[in-house]
Write a protein that binds this ligand. Structure first.
Ligand code: SF4
Ligand code: SF4
Length: 290
């Protein structure tokens, strides 16, 4: 079973939920689990589990233009057609390439009338592997600092999942925030979605947006994290979820979660008897039974 823990905005607790589900399924239910960190700009799963050592098992590369200045006549066609303005022409002087803005689309390569741009490659990030326990491994995507190739790394991560299918009982993907192309790639690579929201106006807004984009594509369970938080819009979220007819489970608000973050250990290991842990165990049970 492959599932993804997603949510529109950052800070709703996606990584908290994903890490603890992976911990419970691997330790309490004795399943072999691969936990995938696809928040490539800020992969925080390893530190949440206290895993310091990760091995690089792959580089993610993409097209990068190499300008042959002897051939370039400074016509400026490439600069005019570069979508993110990574090529800048200083008329009659020089053509500049700003690598950190380049999206690797290769438009300049195809459009240059003098064939003054040739194919090169640049590393946009890495795929890393780590071990938490005999039953829980980590697969982590990491963007090179200053790069913008989120989608390439997530595509590479998701492309690798098939090869891990037979080695693991469950694959759990911790997703980046947002609703764009990277999320679509993840949704298409799993069978079940846990959509984390919180009882705030923004949480409700993002939940509605996600449901309208992907609600019909996959089995969709809403996790209301921080349930019971005072002053929020919890009743509006409950009304909305009931109106769309999907399942929702609560994870109660508890300040002890913050202490677990600071200790680099799974919350469930530190507070096994708490109401938060009980809620997480029930969600993990749904996962392995689905
Ligand atoms: S399109 Fe080719 S020739 Fe024209 S400025 Fe760009 S690299 Fe130079
Ligand atoms: S590959 Fe695309 S984004 Fe990069 S410089 Fe060329 S046109 Fe611009």
């Amino acid at each position: 079973m492959r599932c993804a823990v997603i949510g529109g905005k950052g800070g709703t607790g996606k990584t908290f939920i994903a890490v603890n589900l992976a911990y419970i399924v691997s330790s309490k239910f004795n399943c072999k689990v691969l936990l995938v960190d696809s928040d490539v700009e800020n992969p925080s799963v390893p530190s949440a589990l206290g895993v310091g050592e990760l091995k690089i098992i792959g580089q993610v590369k993409r097209f990068s233009p190499k300008i042959i200045f002897d051939k370039c006549d400074l016509c400026g066609v490439c600069a005019e057609n570069c979508p993110p303005h990574a090529l800048i022409l200083i008329p009659n002087k020089k053509l500049m390439f700003l690598e950190t803005l380049c999206e690797g689309c290769a438009m300049c390569f195809y459009i240059c009338p003098r064939k003054a741009i040739v194919e090169d490659e640049s590393v946009v990030g890495w795929i890393k592997f780590g071990v938490f326990s005999s039953n829980l491994d980590l697969l982590v995507g990491e963007l090179r600092p200053g790069e913008r190739g989120y989608s390439e790394i997530i595509e590479e991560l998701m492309g690798r999942l098939d090869s891990y299918n037979t080695s693991y009982d469950s694959i759990i993907v911790d997703s980046p925030p947002g609703t764009g192309k990277p999320i679509k790639l993840i949704v298409e690579s799993v069978e079940k979605l846990f959509v984390v929201t919180e009882p705030t106006r923004l949480g409700l807004h993002d939940l509605k947006k996600l449901y309208s984009l992907i609600g019909s594509l996959r089995d969709f369970t809403v996790i209301l994290n921080k349930a019971g938080l005072k002053g929020g819009v919890e009743s509006e979220i409950r009304d909305y979820v009931s109106s769309i007819g999907v399942e929702m489970v609560d994870v109660p608000f508890d300040l002890s979660i913050n202490y677990a973050y600071a200790s680099f250990k799974p919350y469930v290991e530190l507070y096994p008897e708490s109401s938060v842990s009980n809620a997480l165990v029930n969600i993990a049970r749904r996962l392995i039974n689905s």
